[in-house]
Structures are given as C-alpha cells and as structure tokens.
Design a binder for this molecule. Structure first.
Ligand code: X8Z
Ligand code: ZN
Length: 657
C-alpha cells in the first residue's frame, strides 16, 4: 500500500475497552496532547492532513516504484530524497497534531484520527535524535543488504559473495550436508549480527526514549498498543499455547526423520533440533525438508506446474485467472491502471528488485503488483495472494487516509493467506482444470496437510517469539540479548544454535524485520486469522467436509463476507469485525479453526509418535543445550530476566489450566 503493503510499515495506536457488545474507543490520559479543543480547527487540520498525506504518499510510492523496477543510481537518489521529505512531513504533522487535546475534541472520528497521529511518530524525540534513529535504521538496513557470506570449502576466502536471497536461502533449502549447512548458517549469522550490535543498542535506547515521551513505559508497550486492545498480550499467549501441542507433535515427528538422516552426532533423539537442519536460514518455514519428512513417499506431491506448462500458461494468464477468482466471488476486477503499469514479469535490460509486492499509490486509482512471475504452481498461489492485497486497497480506497489499512496489523496478510488456503488445495485445482487425480485418497490428504503444516504449524512459535524477544529487550535491556533470543528459541521452538553463540553475536538480526524496525507479531496474528476467515467463508459457501478441502471459488456469499471486511479498512475496530464475522461467537483471534484444519494430521502424528521409542513429545533440554548460548558468568541482570521468565511461565501455566 502506501509504501509497499503499508502493513509492513504503519503503526496506529488506540486503547479500547469492551463493554457488552460494543467496542468503545477510550482515551489514554498518558498520551501526548496540547490544549486546543476547537473542533473546527481540528477538522480543518485533519482535512488538510488527509489530502497532503495522500499526495506525499503518492510521491514517495512513485519514487520507490521507479527504483524497485529500474535500479539506477539516479532513481535511488530520487527515492531517498522523497523518503526524507516524507519523514519531514510526518514530523511536521505530528507537531501540528499534538497542539490539540485530542481527548477532549467533541467528535469521535476526529478524536481517533488525532490520537493515531500523535502516537504514530518518533517526532517526540526532537530533531537531532529523530534524525539519528532514522539514519540508524537506514544504516542497519543497508548493512543487511550488503552482507555476503563465504561459500563452504572456500579455502582462499577469495569469493565471499553469497547473497541471502540468491544463495544462502538456496543452500539452506537444498544442501543435506551437515558440515555445509553449519558453515552457511554460521557465516550468515556471524556476518550480519556483530557489525550491527552497537547501532542496534543505540536504536533500542532511542526507540524507548521516543515511546516514553509518547506516554508509554517502553517501545514494546507502544508496539502492542497498535492492537487497540488491553488484553491483546494474554489473548495471543493463550492462542499460542493452544497450538503448541500440535507443534510439538509435528516437531517430534520431524526430529525423528532428521535423526534418521543425520544421526546422533548431529542431534539427540529426544532433544532440541539444531537450527541449521530445517531447510531455512531462520528455521521458520520447514517446507524445504518435505522430501525428508513426507509421510507417504509413494503418493506424489500435488504440483500442477507441468499441467500449467502443458496448457501454455503465461504470467499474464495467471493474473487473469486470479482476477477471475475474485470476480467469481462478486469482487472487483483489476482496474485498467493495474494492467497498464504492473510489473508481472522480470523485464530484460534493466536491474529490478524481484521481491513480490502489492502497491497502493494512495490516489484511489493506481494499484500495482511487482512480481517476476514464473509459470509454476507456487507463483500461481502467490499471484492470488498478492491480488488479495490489491482487493483490500480497492475496497478501502474511499476511507480517510489513516483508515486505508487492515483492521489491525495482521489483517492484510491474514486475508491474503485465507484466499491462498482455497486456491492451493486440490479441490480448487481440480475445479479450474489443473488437477485431475482423485482428491479423496487418505494418504494424499495427509501428504497435503503435512506440506501445509511445515509452512504454517512450524512457523507459529517463530512468528510468536520474535516480538516476545523485542518486548523483553525494550523492557529489561540489551545486556544478555543474544542469550535471551536463544532462550526463547529453545523454549518455544525447541531449537538450538548449531555452534556456540556469545553476546558478541546478535542472532536476531539475521531476521531483517528486527533491524528494520518492522513489528513481527502481526504474522502470528495473520496466521490465526487466515484460518478463522477461511472457516467463516467456507461456512458461508456451504462447504461440507474437512476444512482443508474447502474452496470458496464462485461463492457470492463468501465474497460478501470478504467485501465487508475489506471495505471497512481500519475504520472499525477489529474485534467488532471478528464479532460480526463469527455471528457473535467470539470477538477474539481464535486458534480453533487452525486446529480444526490440521485435525486429521494431528491424529496421524499422534499415532506415529506413540509408536516410537523415545516417548518424548517435544524436547528435553540438557545443560549442553543451554551452554551453547548462555553467558558463562551469571550477572545481576540475568537473575532479573530469569525472574521474568518464571513469572511468564507461571502466567502461561495458569492460562493453560
Ligand atoms: O515479511 C514478510 C512479507 C512482507 S510483509 C514478505 N513475511 C514474513 C517473513 O518473511 O518472515 C511474509 C511471511 C512472514
Ligand atoms: Zn502478503
């Protein structure tokens, strides 16, 4: 959206109270405010802000698009200039907004918009520190983009030119050599973290200072405030703990297959899994080890790529097919500007950024996708996913600028993923003439659910813990932040580093979102939401049978539900949206539909795991595991931090009861 998928960019904060069925926007007395309560002046300011912010967004997005689709030095300079201008505009807008006492403005819409503006900024820091944090983040992103790893067996160290997207990810996905995987894992982590450590610590300090000036106790509290819900933390903690038994069954089965492959020299049969064996540099998506863990090898994986090639598919046809999916639900076709300006294939003769993204140019007309599409099944699903973001943009285009966003930061991705759940299942592929085999074979279904679990269930603890770590360091400090990172990785994911780590490392920095100041809990929210929305739409579409076989294609009823969510944008509280969506059953993000979706796989996993020798579902931790990352001398701080862990554990125990 304004800035690629602004879901990756904007934070908006409002505290809410639930009273009976109504969601009320309530004030938080601590948030910065001035003393102007003149409604006329406030409305005038907001009108001007709406129009100027939209124009500013159009300018900066246009410059970003130009650079992303033609990476010249000139375009880069222009983009940086526009971004700097936009940062200045945000700062000036914040200054104007804090002149109002938003809490006493006698109009709820104006109150909310003003409050969003005053809490959505680091401008409270003053010019010097504002510029400093802005540059620190840019420098860290730049460092990240330029990290290059040395290949395995590169004795002369001459060609240390492995890039994350092209090389590191490929090697982690394809290599089955413990030595090579360990090397690449270590290379990447050692090259990313240490050079950023000082900058990151200063960033933590400044982010905290800004949040304190904004009326929060620390930057973590301000990040959570984006969910406009006092119970957000405990609700997602509960949801997380409901999914953990499924994760642990999957983990146990996967570890056994890895143990068979790599043996006791690499991992223990009942211990944590070393992070380099999971097919992914972050250990967050285990899809790449499907070949090692597939339940029924003799039943082929569903892949319609060959059929697409046989039928002469092109990238354009894939986009037309996705458009037809949405119009079959009664949603809008893509506007002419979309077809005219999108970049649907990798162009010849110029350097482009191939990362897939959906763009909102903030002028209610121009919406585009940038994708170096190839004709294969994976890209077909991605095309549908990206077009869901465009549908969101199209439907909320008439909302005020600040409401042109998902209902909460997880909604955009949650909705887009919910669509993918329909599109990637064999039922849909059969209906669109790409898959002709029988979809009702038990073994094929289990294989399919396993491939989904490697992506979704495996991801849950990672998506949950990234921001748990950030909240911790914002609150308790950075002294043992690398050990804290691994403590969480071990506790929630059952994962340990393949080699010894110390506080000179900063392994969380291997994840770009961490150093780029991008909140991450939204992906956990999106994960649950996608199944919740899928479930409701399937119900409306009259689906009978297991949830993983549902396809909402051609259902106007499902389309109406979708449209209703999309057109509200951020104007309604997300709890209100969920309450209406679930016909009053719940107003919270529920893990039940996800558990329901994977139930057949859970039964299969339980059966498998029960029969095996080791009997431990999950992992048992030994000293040798924690010794991989714990500092040698215990400091006062560590005690404080452990106390937090104890309190958290007790809280979670209570929640589990
Ligand atoms: O960061 C992203 C998107 C941009 S919003 C590419 N994702 C998360 C990640 O890569 O860790 C999508 C899945 C989760
Ligand atoms: Zn997306």
């Amino acid at each position: 959206m304004n800035f690629v998928l602004s879901l990756c960019a904007r934070l908006v904060f409002v505290v809410t109270l639930l009273r009976g069925q109504d969601v009320l926007w309530v004030t938080d007395a601590r948030i910065a405010k001035g003393n102007n309560i003149n409604l006329g002046e406030a409305l005038q300011f907001l009108r001007e802000y709406d129009s100027e912010a939209s124009s500013m967004c159009l300018r900066v997005t246009t410059a970003q698009w130009s650079y992303a689709t033609n990476m010249t030095d000139f375009n880069k300079r222009r983009m940086i200039d526009e971004q700097t201008l936009k940062a200045k505009f945000d700062k000036v807008s914040w200054r104007k907004a804090v002149e109002f006492d938003w809490s006493r403005i006698p109009d709820p819409l104006a109150r909310r918009l003003l409050r969003m503006l005053v809490t959505n900024s680091r401008a409270s820091l003053g010019d010097d520190k504002f510029n400093e944090i802005y540059h620190l983040i840019s420098e860290m992103k730049d460092l990240y983009a330029h990290v290059r790893a040395c290949p395995y067996n590169n004795f002369d160290k001459l060609y240390c030119d492995l890039e994350l997207d092209l090389d590191v990810k490929r090697i982690m996905a394809k290599s089955r050599s413990n030595a090579e995987l360990t090397h690449i894992w270590q290379e990447w982590h050692n090259k990313v973290g240490p050079p950023m450590k000082n900058k990151f610590m200063r960033y933590v300090d400044l982010a905290n200072q800004a949040s304190i000036l904004n009326g929060f106790q620390n930057a973590g509290e301000e990040m959570r405030f984006a969910y406009e819900d006092e119970n957000f933390e405990s609700e997602i903690a509960q949801a997380f703990h409901k999914i953990q038994p499924l994760y642990k069954e999957l983990f146990t089965y996967v570890r056994r297959q890895l143990f068979k492959r790599y043996g006791p020299r690499v991992l223990r049969s009942n211990g944590p899994i070393p992070a380099h064996l999971l097919g992914d540099i972050w250990g967050q998506d285990w899809s790449n080890i499907e070949d090692i863990v597939i339940p029924y090898r003799e039943y082929k994986k569903i892949d319609v790529t060959d059929e697409m090639l046989r039928q002469g598919f092109t990238p354009l046809r894939m986009f037309q097919m996705a458009e037809e999916f949405y119009t079959s639900l009664g949603l809008k076709p893509m506007p002419p500007e979309f077809w005219r300006y999108s970049m649907l294939e990798r162009p010849n003769g110029r350097k482009v950024q191939c990362t897939v993204s959906a763009w909102d140019f903030c002028n209610k007309i121009d919406f585009r996708i940038k994708q170096c599409t190839e004709v294969n099944m994976n890209d077909l699903i991605t095309v549908h996913h990206e077009m869901a973001h465009i549908q969101y943009y199209l439907y909320y285009a008439d909302q005020p600028y600040l409401y042109r966003d998902g209902a909460n930061p997880g909604f955009h991705e949650g909705i887009a993923n919910a669509i993918s759940l329909s599109v990637n299942n064999p039922t849909h592929l059969y209906r669109v003439g790409l898959y002709n085999n029988n979809t009702d074979i038990y073994e094929t279904n289990i294989n399919f659910l396993m491939s989904m679990a490697l992506k979704k269930v495996a991801y849950a603890p990672f998506a949950y813990l990234v921001d748990q770590w950030r909240y911790q360091i914002f609150e308790y400090g950075v002294k043992t932040m690398n050990a804290d990172w691994w403590e969480l990785r071990l506790r929630f994911q059952g994962i340990v580093p393949p080699v010894k780590r110390t506080e000179s490392h900063l392994d969380a920095a291997a994840k770009r979102h961490v150093i780029a100041d991008m909140p991450y809990i939204r992906y956990f929210v999106a994960l649950l939401l996608e199944f919740q929305v899928h479930d409701v739409m399937c119900d409306a579409a009259g689906h009978r049978g297991p949830l993983h076989t549902c396809d909402i294609y051609r259902s106007r009823e499902a389309g109406r539900i979708l449209m209703d969510i999309l057109k509200s944008g951020k104007s309604r509280h997300w709890k209100d949206i969920i309450r209406v969506l679930t016909k009053g059953n719940t107003d919270t993000i529920s893990p039940e539909p996800m558990l329901d979706y994977f139930e057949p796989l859970l039964l299969w996993l339980e059966g498998k795991n029960k029969r095996e020798e080791e009997k431990i579902i999950g992992w048992s931790t030994k000293k040798e595991d924690t010794a991989l990352f714990q500092p040698l001398v215990s400091k006062g701080y560590s005690v404080g931090c452990s106390l937090v862990f104890v309190i958290n554990s007790v809280l979670l125990l209570v929640l589990n009861m």
